[in-house]
Design a protein around this ligand. Sequence first.
Ligand code: F6R
Length: 673
Amino acid sequence: MKEWLAPGLVTSQLTRSGEDRSYRRMPPWPWKMGQEVFLQNRRAICGTKGGQSSCVCCVRRDEAVVCGIVGYIGYRNACSVLLDGLKRLEYRVYDSVGIAVNNSKKIEIIKEASMVSDLERIVKEIAPSGTQGIGNARWANHGGFSVVKAHSCPSRDKHFILAHNGIIENCSELKETLLAEGFNFTSERDTEVIAQLLMKFYDGDVLKALTSLQGQLKGSYALAIVDEEDMDHIYCMRGGFPMVLGMGEGESLCATDTLAILPYTKNVISMDDGDIAELSSQGIKLYDAKGSPLQKKNFFIDWDLSSAEKRGYPHFMLKEIHEQGGAFRSTLEGRLINGGVDFSGELALNEEVIKRLRAIHLVACGTSYYASLIAERAFERWCDLDIKVDVASEYRYRNIRLSPNTLAVFVSQSGETADTLAAQRRARELGAYSLAVTNAQESTLASCCDDVLLLKAGPEIGVAATKTFTGQIAVLYLLAIYIAKMRGTLTPRMEKELIDELIRLPYKIEATLEREHVVEELASNFSGSQSFLFFGRGISYPVALEGALKLKEVSYIHAEAFAAGEMKHGPIALIDSNVPVLIVAPKDSLHEKTLSSIKEAKARRAPVIAVGFDGDEQLANDASHVLYVPPTREEFSPFVTVVPLQLLAYYMAKKRGCEIDSPRHLTKSVTEE
Ligand code: F6R
């Protein structure tokens, strides 16, 4: 049965005027009882309250998502650091925000706000001056606000305040036990269950209480905790939900997303599941799940903070599409030495291990999986190895044979995708050498794998992956060239030819972007379509898959992709004049065959959009519309052919008035299975 939770009342006045920015994509007023609307882009159902005309909106519990936590202790005004951090997390959907900051020797909790800007207004009035605090932006799951003052246990007088992200799966059982032991609850929140449990274990030693608490919680969580009786510390715990710690001079920070703390420090530590951290203005102490001291490597995040801002673009997605040339250059930077690929300074994977390899597995989800499918063709072409590509959610449950001679590559822009992490654990247990290809140095994936290759693409804020997609292909191609060279399957001449073209690619991506207006116009023609079909052959097949995924993610248009050779085996039945067909058709070794697919679709009166190389006049004859891109080598065509598909998805979504940067039901990192 679906369970509905009420994040709040929406008055008729608000909904009519549309004043409240948290209620987007509203259907025309009046809403009907039972009608679906979108609250902060999440699905909600309308009802009435007490027979009045006001409207209650409820959100489905299984659509609950999490947002973020920020914590600060040091010498600055904690409120401004927390508000600034929460603003940087705004791109992750949330419905409520709150902060808890020390103010004249007590902790002030300021919450009940739906937007950070509302919270800012309230904070200005109270003006707390403290230099320690935690903040939480959150989408409601167990009842909304999550900063809880855990003083409801009458037999104790200690005060803990928790910011919690994630979902505690065994919440009901824990609550039942606590109720039987005489604990009282003031809310339905799972956060309060954690807080009460902490009170139960607390006997004056917070660390001991936290280790006991850790042993009881099932589910995924990141916690930041302050204690009103000890305002010199913040405690953090991680169990399946990311948490990074920032070390500054005379200050320490924590956050569920590095972006929130980057203005204050670029020196970060990534917590692993089971870790407990004690933050003070003097520094950070780490403990393992048993409470024993722990040493951890810290990272320097060299992201330019302004790259996390829109810089005049209407959406992050568009900005990130445009950043692909620059991101590509940084991916190559420092990795091309003496005309060849050199990872010797980055990878522990040495020539001896590479020569012993028998197989390479590429494992990922979503867009990262499509990037892996593209790279598969390059590995096949250049290396003499068995290549297997799989989605992480399948790979982790299969009876796969792995050995130390298998290189298992896990591709994930966030490095926090639950299925990818689980697949990596399994591959490691079975003896494979694991390598992370990720954009997040401080991520769980990076810390769990034997080796890491970073995309260096800079922060990607738009939920739909764009520049990290091209970044992933670029890194995987470099890896394929590196491995092939070490195994003697790629001649120096061939390597040079590949490198020369790789260096030219950022310019070709940028030249493709200059033709953006053509795609924008085309999007106007097709934005009313109900359904789209994408086709591609060879290396263009995964490009078609990615194009279809982008379109459905951001514009909510039904889109499916097939290998062009499969057209006659079923999909052709769907083709008619109402279904636009997009065919990725660069002039490659399979071009003639792709042209015949265009003709097949055209013969069934479908409007055919082809993506092809400049100068390919045949395409102009055969297709209804052509999106031309600069020509490149066959292996590299995805870098340019994907760009018009990304732009098409963007402009279709824009014309349809969709929430482009945070599409419904999607999150930037999928930390649950
Ligand atoms: C698509 C998209 C998702 C992700 C997928 C894997 O635009 O963003 O399909 O690619 O959730 O995420 P990562 O790469 O973080 O493992």
